[in-house]
Design a protein around this ligand. Structure first.
Ligand SMILES: [Fe+2]
Length: 212
């Protein structure tokens, strides 16, 4: 074999092997499971919807609670990055209270918590946001029936099926009794739960979208 042909052959072999690896993970992958929207999608307009939910523009002070960062990628079901996907996310504050007129719980409002963000995936489908660990809160006023901490998300991009879901946290005792999370299979729960990274308070959460 001439050296040029040999190089082409080797290149093709390597690409072929890589293709097989991608294909095998693609077979196992589905879109991120859907979950209930819940009653507290934000109604009150707010200008500040950036990726740092621990500060509110124009106010001095920081949200109460444990500051965390969520890093991840938006991918398609073949594990290709999806750039410019929109991630619309909202969550309760550290006391378990939503910034929403219909949240009648006695938990305190935190005026320094942004509570809502609309961000986009960037290069290689990557995104990140900074927030606080959401508090658990009573579900339908049944105090004995708390929702485990979670972040609501709507993810969309033209040409992909939109996903409305909730992101859960690892190592939460209340995950075991949460009515919505426990309706899911173990595989679905794993896809919906962020992973520890080894770096304190930094979690990894990848989102999978299906092409239309
Ligand atoms: Fe919720």
């Amino acid at each position: 074999m001439k050296s040029n042909n040999r190089r082409t052959f080797l290149k093709k072999s390597i690409l072929g092997t890589m293709g097989a690896v991608v294909a095998s993970s693609a077979c196992a992958q589905t879109s991120t499971p859907r979950d209930a929207e819940g009653p507290f999608y934000p109604l009150t307009p707010q200008k500040d919807k950036d990726a740092d939910l621990t500060k509110v523009a124009g106010k001095v002070g920081t949200a109460k609670g444990t500051i965390i960062e969520i890093h991840g990628q938006v991918l398609d079901t073949n594990s290709n990055p999806v750039e410019d996907a929109t991630i619309d996310l909202w969550q309760a504050n550290s006391f378990g209270k939503y910034h929403h007129p219909h949240d009648n719980s006695d938990a305190p409002v935190d005026e320094h918590f942004q509570s809502w963000a609309i961000i986009q995936s960037g290069k290689a489908g990557k995104f990140r946001f900074k927030t606080i660990m959401p508090g658990a809160y009573p579900y339908q006023a049944r105090l004995e029936d708390q929702r485990t901490p979670h972040i609501h998300m709507k993810i969309g991009k033209h040409g992909y099926e939109p996903v409305l879901t909730q992101m859960y946290f690892p190592d939460q005792e209340q995950n075991k009794t949460d009515g919505l999370l426990q309706r899911k299979t173990k595989e679905q729960q794993a896809m919906m739960t962020a992973q520890n990274t080894g770096q304190q308070n930094v979690l990894l959460y990848n989102i999978f979208l299906e092409k239309i």
